[in-house]
Design a protein around this ligand. Sequence first.
Ligand code: 9D3
Length: 255
Amino acid sequence: MRFDILTVMPEMFSAVTEQGVTGRACRNGIATAKCWNPREFASDKHRTVDDRSYGGGPGMVMLYEPLAKTLDAIAEDVESSGKKAGPVLYLSPQGERWNQQLAAELGQFEQVTLLAGRYEGVDERLIESRVDREISIGDFVTSGGELPAMVMMDTMIRLLPGALGNIDSAEQDSFSDGLLDCPHYSRPEAVGEDGELKVPAVLMSGDHKKIQQWRLQQSLGRTSERRPDLLADRELNKQEQVLLREWQAAQGPAE
Ligand code: 9D3
């Protein structure tokens, strides 16, 4: 999958293209990323990409012309690569909310263009004429679209065939089934001042069926307590309903 990123801060993207699972996918060619700086497409000697907002008020607006020229250059480059051009995605607080389902959907494209803004925003005429979808990563304010673009890239790249080992792909299923993860433990068996912090006995039992049931029960319990909104979106089968009731009964009465 090819990512073309329009950004005035291309250096930031080395965090995705050089590090960890996503760095490996980029080195393998499973993913490719190319940054495009609109400053290089600005026609004046100061390479201006932003200006004051018509109507007044604080904050600068990214200019239509250098952005449009950059998008034209991207389109031409993608065309000449023989890849099918995908959607132009604008990272914006006004966008539809990013989630695993949208990542799986957009991850099907051979190529996507990510428009990462700085300043107050982008001239609306560029959005109307050139942007296919606007996407937000959540209800909080970041300093620009770059970190949100990297979040999107990371989410999509790890879903690409061959990007993860088998252990991780199995683990992935457990989040895409719409529940929170169960607790995890590793060596040693007892920690803390007096060794009072022990691993739940079931995990030491060697009974894999019981372990799997316990993990599912923990996932259901934690999801019902911390993210009841996720359970509202997901039907529970008979076994899951029984496990959740049992988990709830085992919780002490609220203090
Ligand atoms: C405080 C400035 N805001 C005025 C009400 C507007 C604003 C402009 C630019 C808010 C944030 C930004 C920079 N962030 C993004 O462009 C962005 C973003 C975000 O802030 N939160 C969640 N998802 C995204 S995607 C792009």
